[in-house]
Design a protein around this ligand. Structure first.
Ligand SMILES: Cc1ncc(C[n+]2csc(CCOP(=O)(O)OP(=O)(O)O)c2C)c(N)n1
Ligand SMILES: [Mg+2]
Length: 599
């Protein structure tokens, strides 16, 4: 095969890394790689997105749903710039992604050439673990191997820049051993990471001495649910999760307090407010003001990545190790708890929270409460579904109301919280397992940002899917509601209509236009039926739910109580603020009547 190019070598190497699918968008800077993908005849497959940002977000989604590496390909210049948000999403949520990015010919670099951007500088921060430009054909395989290995080993995005002329060079012969030649291999063997015995002993001592133990469970517990449960039960503890940890923990347990933080539950708020000991498992959750106060709780943290240990809370014992193995080792050192008084108190808070959540979903809203719409999906999600969630108020309703059946994964852009991730993630989930139904929960602002465009991708692909069910819930409130509530809460400002109003758009009608099914619902009585129809449809469905933007995003008590004045002062300045004020007062009353008199 004398006419193989460096580009073919790159594509072959993707195959040896087990890559079946890459996401991307074309451009002359990457055309030799596109040619090699054409010659590869679908192995790996190329998935064309509507925008490089969406392609990068698909790669992140792929990594999250499959546990493998997501791969994205783009051209130089503008294509490269478009990748950034997706790559930062990978960086901040710690998932492995490799980006193959075109570049102008090496012969013109430095001349302010057409579409010339200094890509090493552009990607320096996002791909801090590894960004390398391939300057010689002999370098290509080594750089690709290092990008994959580094992405996997550090759970981060890595970038390979491929100048156009280098892509087109003939593939080099197998190199001879000599100075200046490095021959590398694909593949990564993962280590077993377990803490030292003396650290486990010290951690067990702290945990056994605690009388009111709370757990914070993150995505690092992905393969450790059984062990987390065993430890929690041994300690008579209450459990809350980070947003990223939610899908890896059974929220149906009586001591499951739900998600912690600003968008979390009151049960989680009370758990951390009342505990004297904290065990963090695989979480680097940034909502530190919702942790126990520093000094309030003695704390132990388990994390595979030593850089995260002690990073959010002044812990006493840090355990660097795999969550499942570390908890297993801890368990054998922990005594059974005799007094379950704390556990019973926690279970009481959990019951109260479930009552509050149910009441809220029934609130009198105009015309629909978004909480009701999302809550109605609980119990309807098929056991083999996959869920994606966008950024906006829907993230709150997902965190507070959606009960995921065991094994159902849900993913979102948690730490970067970039709007427009819902549709790209959902597409990545669907393409990874086309025989499973997918549900995407998205706000209207996020739809207008990226979702509308990627529905076009859905419309071009769904006929190939073994299970064509792909349900997109759009919460149509005409508002960037999450931020409207933040304007009130954080600034004490009234909602600024010019920055917050969204232009109208017919989401259901648009779905119909694309040959999908659109269901518009604006009556509480139609909500259940809309879900049932969508989840049994013979094609993708957009449910356009007309929801009330005035439903408040009240942070959970006890912290949320301190925000009431700011909300009320802001609403008092708004024309027509009475409805939102009434809803806020009702929510506050639900919390206040359940406040702990001793607290
Ligand atoms: C790319 C990006 N731009 C801006 C923001 C700030 N932001 C967070 S939520 C939000 C509003 C989302 O609006 P929408 O999708 O309509 O959802 P809603 O909150 O109205 O339900 C905005 C603007 C962001 N997170 N990401
Ligand atoms: Mg909105």
């Amino acid at each position: 095969m004398g006419d193989r190019l460096v580009a073919d070598l790159v594509v072959e190497r993707l195959r040896s890394w087990g890559v079946e699918r890459i996401f991307g968008y074309s451009g002359d800077g990457i055309n030799a790689v596109m040619g090699a993908l054409r010659r590869a005849d679908g192995d790996p497959a190329l998935v064309q997105a509507r925008h490089e940002e969406n392609a990068a977000l698909m790669a992140v989604g792929h990594a999250k749903y499959t546990g493998g590496v997501g791969v994205v390909v783009s051209t130089q210049g503008p294509g490269a710039v478009h990748l950034l948000n997706g790559l930062y999403d990978a960086k901040l949520d710690h998932v492995p992604v490799v980006a193959l990015v075109g570049q102008q010919e090496t012969t013109v670099l430095g001349s302010e050439y057409q579409q010339e951007i200094d890509l090493q500088s552009l990607f320096k921060d996002v791909a801090a673990q590894f960004v390398q430009t391939v300057l010689a054909p002999e370098q290509a395989v080594m750089v690709l191997d290092r990008a994959f290995r580094t992405a996997l080993a550090t759970r981060s995005p890595c970038v390979v820049v491929l100048p156009h002329d280098v892509q087109q060079e003939p593939a080099p012969e197998e190199p001879e051993q000599q100075h200046g030649v490095v021959v590398t291999a694909s593949g990564l063997s993962r280590p077993r990471v377990v803490p030292r015995d003396e650290d486990l002993d010290a951690a067990a001592e702290v945990l056994a001495a605690g009388e009111r133990v709370a757990l914070l469970v993150g995505q690092g517990a992905r393969h450790a649910e059984e062990q987390v449960r065993a430890v929690a039960e041994r300690l008579g503890a209450g459990v809350a999760t980070s947003l990223l940890g939610k899908p890896w923990w059974d929220e149906g347990l009586p001591y499951s307090c739900g998600v912690m933080g600003h968008l979390g539950t009151t049960a989680a708020g009370k758990l951390y407010d009342g505990c004297d000991t904290l065990l963090i498992v695989g979480s680097n959750d940034p909502w530190t003001e919702f942790y126990p106060a520093p000094g309030q709780a003695r704390a132990v943290q388990v994390d595979l990545d030593g850089r995260h240990v002690g990073n959010r809370y002044p812990i006493e014992v840090g355990l660097t190790g795999d969550a499942a193995e570390t908890l297993e080792a801890l368990l054998s050192r922990l005594p059974e708890r005799a007094d379950l008084g704390w556990r019973e108190q926690v279970e009481g808070w959990v019951r109260e929270w479930h009552e509050i959540a149910e009441q809220r979903s029934q609130a009198e809203a105009h015309p629909l409460s978004p909480e009701r719409v999302v809550r109605a999906l609980s119990g309807r999600l098929p056991g083999d579904a996959q869920v994606s969630v966008d950024v906006g108020s829907v993230t709150y309703w997902y965190a507070r109301h959606l009960r995921l059946p065991p094994g159902v994964q849900a993913h979102l852009s948690s730490t970067l919280a970039t709007m427009g991730s819902g549709l790209p993630y959902a597409l990545a989930a669907k393409l990874a397992t086309p025989d499973r139904p997918v549900v995407a929960l998205v706000g209207d602002g996020a739809m207008q940002m990226n979702g509308i465009a990627e529905l076009v991708t859905v419309s071009s692909r769904w006929r190939d899917w073994a299970d064509p069910r792909f349900v997109v819930l759009v919460l149509h409130n005409g508002d960037l509601a999450e931020v409207s509530w933040e304007q009130r809460e954080m600034e004490g400002d009234p909602r600024f209509a010019t920055s917050q109003d969204l232009p109208d758009f017919p989401y259901a009608g648009y779905a119909d236009l694309l040959g999908l099914t659109g269901i518009r619902v604006d009556d509480p009585a139609g909500v259940d039926d809309a879900w049932d129809r969508a989840l049994s449809a013979d094609r993708p469905v957009v449910i356009e739910a007309i929801v009330d933007r005035d439903v408040p995003l009240l942070p959970p008590f006890p912290a949320g109580k301190a925000k009431l004045d700011s909300f009320r002062a802001a609403l008092a300045q708004e024309d027509g603020g009475e409805h939102a004020r009434a809803l806020l007062d009702a929510q506050a009353a639900q919390e206040e009547e359940r406040e702990d008199p001793s607290g």
